[in-house]
Design a protein around this ligand. Sequence first.
Ligand code: PEP
Ligand code: MN
Length: 338
Amino acid sequence: MIIIMKPQAMPQDVENVVEELLNEGMQVQRNDGVDCTVLGVIGDVARLDPSAFLLRQGVERVMPVSEPFKKANRKFHPENSVIDCCGVPVGEAALCIMAGPCSVESQTQMVGIARAVKHGGASILRGGAYKPRTSPYAFQGLETEGLRLLAEARAATGMPIVTELMSPKLVERFDAQVDVIQVGARNMQNFDLLKELGNTRKPVLLKRGLSATVEEWLMSAEYVMASGNPNVILCERGIRTFETFTRNTLDLSAIPAVKQLSHLPVVVDPSHATGKAWMVETMALAAVAAGADGLMVEVHNDPAHALCDGAQSITPAMFDALAEKVRAIAPILGRALA
Ligand code: PEP
Ligand code: MN
């Protein structure tokens, strides 16, 4: 962090700021220039609030020079992290596809889709048991019964399961019953939930918030990691922009951005990003081309009658076609899809 003092700052103003920094355990490099004094602050500056120093007498500007995330930061962990999802690695050259319906609806639906997506090339099964719906009158998910049906589909196919957790109260239940815990876009900054997830070692699939910057997203990953759980997978799922043609705007540039800033794997959800089934394949391929470590895709056997997100759900046949194309382009990118 660099603190620039005002040209008219009094020597005592500079002394006060230096003393405060030293009391915080920082080292201070002081440069007395012709116009002003510049203080270089060295130490665990993440503990400091830069905006608080702006309020000190004589301070002109405060400039953070390092990112506020540490555990998620590639600078301190240059190699890519590979997250083990119950035997399925995410973050290796092998791409990982998570696929399944938006919500768990029934045993036949779940087991049927699980078998179909596994056959197509998916390695993790998704399905929502607790659904974050905009309307309280919309289908809220099968809840405990949904978790039970997911476990049945896992037993039938051997695929690990990923499902969304909304309440910090259910962390223990999810830890016991689920292989990968999803934090949805709407809860990306539910800090109590993120901290609670630090008490498990379960992989956390952290979706990007609807209006979250890349840095805010990485800070949420930092919450989980700083609380004790290093197993975080990031998921870009589109952000809110002025464009309404698509449900959200898929921020493909977030993939190389996150890859440069962080060692964590990133997967892309083209279903929630576009809201349109016919766009899912194109954006899935674009995501792989942009360097994503995997995909999360909504697949439904009967999209027209899905209880949630039918318009963006692709059929098993469409999923097969998508996976086939991913398989074809993967080698050009030094990757593979089993
Ligand atoms: C989902 O994956 O089912 C979901 C609700 O996604 P998001 O949190 O990205 O909207
Ligand atoms: Mn959905």
